[in-house]
Design a protein around this ligand. Structure first.
Ligand code: ASP
Length: 328
């Protein structure tokens, strides 16, 4: 009886030790203290002569979004949460061509695209042509986690959003005056610049990479046109074995050259570094002026490669780097 008691007491004690200390051990083993996050607000042409006020507005938005993602990663949050929250921030900011502030179709409407990918297990999801979803990136995240499918389009995607009870809005919510004027000029063919699509890529302290992209597409796009941003492998890709990528530029060319996956494939199959792979695709394969990418590899290295005059972008790392830029 005495032996039985002490055996029971011993196993209880062991159990207590396991319950108390194992999570701490696992936690401390998994949290590396290292993370990297990069973001973009579109590649294209932003004149270096823009007013100081607009410049500051870009820098403030970029810094605030970056800070938001950085804090999530710093506190041990996942890269998936970080990229979703950063992109959501941009979707709510009228400065960018995503969510509120999206560009107009040829018919003067807003059709929104977004995609998200988890490099840990390659799970991914996207929505295209949504018209009433306030934050398309969060619908993409939700359908990634709750449905067996990968891409939802148009009315079906909006309907899914209603069913999943994400926040919906009247289509007029997305329309902002600046974009409307841009659209009018584009329709008259006097406006050249595109861009301001948004994206974010991060590696968290668990070594997991995630990528997300959101856009209103190209000004004056035909109704129903699908660009690269909602297409996994073209505009967005993440794989813990290689890297995460978010692209911005002429979607048709990103689709044709499977840009995001292409970069990952060069790393996986040809053992290229992230820099070399990204440069090969953006500077050798893609035509000049077609766009750019942001990317992070499994070691936390990051790159910004673009063949346009500007790309709105930023980076924060656990080594203390915190930078936002528009031009070279
Ligand atoms: N890639 C986006 C599209 O073609 C546009 C952009 O990045 O500015 O829809």
């Amino acid at each position: 009886m005495k032996i039985l008691f002490s055996k029971t007491a011993l196993s209880t004690l062991l159990l207590l030790i396991i319950i108390t200390f194992l999570p701490i051990r696992i936690f401390s083993q998994e949290l590396s203290g290292k993370y990297t996050i990069v973001l973009h607000g579109g590649a294209g042409y932003i004149s270096p002569d823009i007013s100081e006020k607009i410049k500051l507005a870009y820098f403030k938005s970029l810094s605030d979004a970056l800070e938001l993602g950085k804090i999530i990663l710093e506190e041990g949050g996942t890269s998936l949460d970080a990229v979703e929250q950063v992109v959501r921030y941009f979707e709510d900011d009228t400065l960018f061509n995503a969510g509120r502030g999206a560009v107009f179709t040829a018919e003067g409407r807003n059709e929104l695209d977004a995609s998200i990918m988890n490099g840990k297990d390659l799970s991914s999801d996207a929505v295209t042509g949504v018209k009433i979803i306030k934050n398309p990136i969060s619908l993409a995240r939700l359908v990634m986690e709750k449905t067996p499918h990968i891409l939802f389009a148009g009315k079906g995607a909006d309907y899914l959003g209603l069913k999943m009870e994400v926040e919906t809005v009247d289509p007029s919510y997305f329309k902002v005056e600046r974009r409307y004027q841009q659209w009018k000029m584009r329709m008259k063919k006097t406006e050249k610049s595109d861009g301001e699509t948004v994206g974010c890529v991060a590696i968290d302290q668990f070594g997991n990479i995630a990528a997300a992209t959101s856009t209103g597409g190209l000004t004056g796009k035909w109704a129903g046109r699908v660009g690269d941003s909602p297409l996994i492998s073209a505009g967005t890709y993440a794989n813990n074995k290689t890297c995460g990528v978010s692209g911005t530029g002429t979607g048709e060319l990103f689709i044709k050259h499977t840009v995001a996956f292409h970069i990952s494939a060069l790393m996986e199959y040809k053992d290229y570094s992230l820099q070399k792979a990204a440069e090969e695709v953006i500077n050798s394969i893609m035509p000049v002026g077609s766009g750019g990418i942001i990317a992070v590899d499994k070691e936390g290295n990051y790159v910004f490669v673009f063949n346009t005059p500007s790309m709105v972008r930023g980076v924060a790392t656990s080594d203390g780097i915190f930078e936002v830029k528009i031009w070279n």
